[in-house]
Design a protein around this ligand. Structure first.
Ligand SMILES: Cc1cc2nc3c(=O)[nH]c(=O)nc-3n(C[C@H](O)[C@H](O)[C@H](O)COP(=O)(O)O)c2cc1C
Length: 201
């Protein structure tokens, strides 16, 4: 079929999504930064919420702080005055990136005491897309059971496990092998990382 020989960019679609990016205090703040760098806030409605510990890890790992494009809306984790605190106004998708085991466990067990956790609860109950990007290694049975619970509830566990078959040369290229998969699951067309067995454009 000739269609499969078209470059991917020739068949990209353009539509708008409401996306909530939640950042927690796991190592890997650069994953969140690269995801935000690759979500066009002119095309999509992009919201950001951060846990308190996320701010500490960002200070350690992103010396220049988190870069947010114009148009990205930020929300205070302690306020429920955000659209996605209610099932009447959920995002199309929520990505928790990077996701701590603590936040993952709290989401798995229905804790909703801040707006990040409540949003995840809303996303699951409204059958929207919840993508969780844990970095933790190794995993305990507690973590694995929480992965199982969230997968059964409709979430996607997308571990921050980079791939190397395309020969990434920089940290950003390594990070982008994961971020590309997040964008794929969001349904955001991208050419961020080379795909296996695809002709170079
Ligand atoms: C530098 C640093 C790196 C951390 N990395 C991880 C991690 O990769 N995974 C994890 O589950 N927790 C990690 N933690 C611990 C969490 O920050 C801690 O459990 C915190 O309570 C999580 O809160 P949150 O889930 O609300 O962000 C890290 C902490 C620090 C200071």
């Amino acid at each position: 079929m000739r269609l499969f020989h078209f470059p991917r960019s020739a068949i990209l679609q353009h539509y708008s999504l409401k996306i909530l990016v939640a950042i927690t205090g796991a190592s890997g703040a650069l994953y969140a930064q690269r995801l935000l760098d690759n979500l066009d806030a002119r095309q999509h409605e992009v919201h950001v919420v951060m846990s308190n510990y996320a701010q500490q890890v960002i200070a350690e790992e992103l010396p220049e702080g988190l870069r947010l494009a114009e148009g990205v809306k930020t929300h205070n984790i302690r306020s429920m005055n955000a659209p996605f605190a209610s099932g009447s106004n959920p995002p199309d998708a929520m990505v928790v990136i990077p996701c701590t085991m603590g936040t993952l466990g709290r989401i798995a067990h229905g804790y909703s005491e801040d707006v990040l956790l409540r949003a995840a609860d809303v996303v699951l109950k409204e059958k929207k897309k919840l993508i969780l990007v844990p970095r933790e290694t190794p995993l305990s049975l507690v973590h694995i059971k929480n992965f199982e619970l969230l997968t059964l509830a409709g979430g996607v566990i997308l571990p921050a496990n980079p791939s190397f078959y395309a020969g990434p040369k920089t940290i950003v290229e390594v990070i982008d092998t994961v971020v590309a998969r997040v964008l794929d699951h969001l349904g955001v067309p991208n050419t961020l990382a080379p795909r296996w067995a695809e002709e170079k454009e």
